[in-house]
Design a protein around this ligand. Structure first.
Ligand code: SAJ
Length: 413
């Protein structure tokens, strides 16, 4: 059978490639002609380990093709962005655009799966929108009209381990109807070795949001502890290490804030759906969003009494350790505020995973990109923002005598 995967990004392209290498005929659909051309040449337009081999193999044996037009197919997987708007509600316009592509080619009997992380009831919204575009079809065969099968199957893969986690993770499949859920389960069973758990669409949507909110709330707890510990003048890392010896306590690690495209976004979809009830989830977001500003103020305070020729070292820009992804990074936010707030003081930024400063920092003449060692050696104050392995490996001698603000507990000071 044939599957059309709409949206060839970080989730859609790996899913298309896995389906194609497991015996299905797959057409990847994307609005971006360059993405389509790249895939048709067997190339991957972004970095993800092992994805290239899968795409190249599937394209060369003819099981994967890409197109800007949505073709007729037995199943459709929608994996388009669902960013959040200024008011923290989700922007469903990409899902609606995907639906406008799918609607004309439907005949009845097709399976349509929404994979994008979505606010509660987005799958119902997609279903209703498709029926609005195609009033000759139904969701359950009512009125004698042919049915289309709608389901939500949220992705849960960790960037950097996508090709492994796609196969090994358990999957949640939520149907608008039980028949839709069963059809979706059969499709994922072609490549998923984990358990496939069946539920309704809204519960599946919430499960994904809750997983990331759970992590956000727990990181907020750690971040709040770091601020309290600073006030009480105790070492938060020792505090957490000791408390975690309790058999039922497992506190996460504080940091400069929460970055990435999921954990800092998804909890807002729950808050938007239940604003009066989601108090803890909202507060956790606020605690984590406040952390970069707190770190900034702390650095400014340390530097206030130091002569202007004492340089500042900033270690790490990525949103977490050992990746090159700078988008939505609290480290960038802090570095940019420091660059702006410390005119005349030289700031030596080290980020071993990039070879040029990102746009947010490039305009400042007081900022330079350099190596970790050089950054530390020339500076009197060192701010650690990312616990890259190279940062953790810094020898203690290099750091001795310097003022160190370590937001990750990464260095041995
Ligand atoms: N962080 C801390 N302290 C910690 C753990 C993380 O400050 O103890 C920070 C990180 O530095 C980073 C942010 O939180 O800035 C998020 O990093 P992460 O590793 O927790 O998660 P992501 O964003 O890379 O991926 C998450 C994963 N979700 C969960 O672990 C519940 C992944 O499985 C999801 O598929 C992904 O979000 C997604 O796409 O939703």
């Amino acid at each position: 059978s044939t599957v059309a995967v709409v949206g060839l990004g970080y989730i859609g392209l790996p899913t298309a490639a896995i389906l194609a290498t497991n015996g299905l005929q797959v057409i990847g659909v994307d609005v971006n002609q360059r993405t389509v051309d790249a895939v048709n040449e067997g190339r991957v337009p972004f970095v993800e380990p092992d994805l290239g081999i899968h795409v190249a193999g599937a394209v060369s044996n003819g099981s994967l093709k890409a197109s800007t037009a949505t073709p007729a197919a037995d199943a459709f997987i929608v994996a388009v962005p669902t960013p959040f708007k200024e008011d923290h509600t989700a922007d469903l316009s990409y899902i609606e655009a995907a639906a406008r592509g799918i609607a004309p080619v439907l005949q009845g009997g097709e399976l349509i799966i929404l994979e994008s992380t979505s606010p509660p009831r987005a799958t119902h919204h997609l279903a209703d929108y498709l029926i609005h575009l195609r009033p000759d079809l139904s969701l359950d065969g009512s009125g004698g009209k042919p049915a289309i099968m709608l389901a939500h199957c949220p992705e849960r893969v960790l960037p950097g381990k996508v090709m492994i986690e796609l196969v090994t993770n358990d999957r949640i499949v939520g149907g608008i109807t039980p028949e839709a859920a069963e059809m979706a389960r059969d499709l994922y069973a072609t490549f998923c070795q984990g358990q496939i758990l069946i539920t309704d669409a809204v519960t599946a949507e919430m499960a994904k949001l809750v997983e990331n909110s759970y992590r956000d709330v727990n990181i907020a707890f750690a971040n709040e502890l770091s601020v309290i510990s600073d006030k009480l003048n105790i070492d938060v890392w020792e505090l957490i290490r000791l408390a975690n010896h309790h058999p039922r306590v497992n506190i996460l690690q504080p940091g400069p804030g929460v970055g990435g495209h999921c954990i800092a976004v998804d909890p807002w979809f729950i808050v938007a759906a239940a604003p009066d009830e989601a108090r803890l989830i909202r507060t956790a977001r606020e605690v984590n969003d406040a952390k970069p500003g707190w770190v900034y103020n702390k650095v400014i305070k340390e530097l206030a009494t130091l002569p202007i020729n004492i340089e500042l070292s900033v270690l790490g820009l990525a949103f977490k350790a050992n990746i090159d992804d700078l988008r939505e990074s609290p480290a960038i936010e802090i570095a940019a505020r420091l660059a702006n707030g410390l005119p005349g003081r030289r700031i030596n930024i080290a980020e071993p995973h990039v070879d040029q400063l990102p746009a947010q920092l490039a305009e400042y003449s007081n900022v330079a990109l350099t190596s970790i060692e050089d950054s530390v050696c020339r500076s009197g104050v060192v701010v650690v923002l990312v616990d890259h392995d190279q940062v953790k490996a810094l020898p203690a001698e290099l750091l001795s005598g310097k003022c160190i603000i370590d937001t990750r507990g990464a260095v041995d000071a």
